[in-house]
Design a binder for this molecule. Structure first.
Ligand code: HEM
Length: 187
C-alpha cells in the first residue's frame, strides 16, 4: 500500500475470489459489459478523479440515514472517516481499474467487508454488524447518477454511454458481493 492510499485499502493484497473466471465472464456477458464500456469508464475516471468529492457528496446526500446508521457506535467518527476514504477510493477504482483477476479479488473483499463476515474488522471498530443487503441493491439506483456538471464537455451520446457503463458496473459489483451474503450453493 502506498503512503497516500487510505488506511486498510488492500487492493492487490487480498485472497483470491471464490468466483470463477467463467462465472465472472458470464455475468459480464449477460450485462453486456464490453471493452467499450471499460474504455468509457476510464475516460470518465479522468474527469471524475479530481472532482470525486462532489460526486460522493451527491450520492451520500441521498443515502444519508443509511450511511449514518451503518457507521453508528462508539467509534463513529474514526470509522466514517477511514471507511469513507476507502469508499471514495474504491468508487474511483470502478472507473479507473481494468476488471482483471485483481479487480475480481478485491470485489470479493469489498463484499466481505459489507457483510457480517468482515464489516468493522478492517478498522477494528464496534459498530452495526452488517450492511443490509437490501440497502446495497437499492443504492445502485442512487449511485448510478453522475451529475451533468461532472461530464462537462462530453458529447451527449458519450455521456449516455458512460452512464450505461457505470450502471452495468454497479450491478456487476453488487452481484459479485452477493457471494458473501448467500451460501455458495445458492449463489
Ligand atoms: C452499490 C453500492 C455500494 C458501493 C459500490 C459501495 C462501495 C464501497 C467500497 C468501495 C468500500 C470500501 C471497501 C474497502 O476497501 O474497504 C465500501 C465500504 C463500506 N461501505 Fe459501501 N458501497 C455501496 C453501498 C453501501 C451502502 C448502501 C452502505 C450502507 C448504508 C455501505 C456501507 C459501507 C461500509 C460500512 C463500509 C466499510 C465496511 C468496513 O470495512 O467495515 N455501502 N463501500
Amino acid at each position: 500500500m502506498s503512503a497516500d492510499e487510505p488506511q486498510g485499502y488492500d487492493y492487490g493484497a487480498v485472497t483470491k475470489s471464490p468466483v470463477s473466471w467463467d462465472d465472472f465472464q458470464d455475468l459480464k456477458r449477460v450485462l453486456g459489459f464490453s471493452d467499450r464500456d471499460q474504455q468509457l469508464l476510464l475516460r470518465a475516471g479522468e474527469m471524475i478523479g479530481p472532482r470525486l468529492e462532489e460526486l460522493l457528496g451527491h450520492w451520500l446526500d441521498q443515502l444519508g440515514p443509511w450511511v449514518h446508521a451503518t457507521f453508528s457506535g462508539p467509534d463513529v467518527e474514526r470509522y466514517s472517516s477511514t471507511a469513507g476514504a476507502r469508499f471514495g477510493r474504491g468508487m474511483l477504482d470502478g472507473f479507473t481499474r481494468t476488471y482483471d483477476q485483481k479487480w475480481l479479488d478485491y470485489q470479493h473483499e469489498i463484499g466481505l467487508r459489507h457483510s457480517r463476515t468482515k464489516k468493522n474488522r478492517t478498522d477494528e471498530v464496534d459498530s452495526v454488524p452488517v450492511v443490509p443487503f437490501r440497502h446495497l441493491v437499492a443504492s445502485i439506483h442512487v449511485l448510478s447518477e453522475i451529475p451533468d456538471k461532472l461530464l462537462d464537455g462530453v458529447s451527449s451520446a458519450d455521456a449516455a454511454g458512460i452512464r450505461a457503463a457505470w450502471s452495468k458496473s454497479l450491478l456487476l459489483q453488487v452481484a459479485l458481493w452477493s457471494r458473501s451474503y448467500v451460501t455458495a450453493d445458492d449463489w
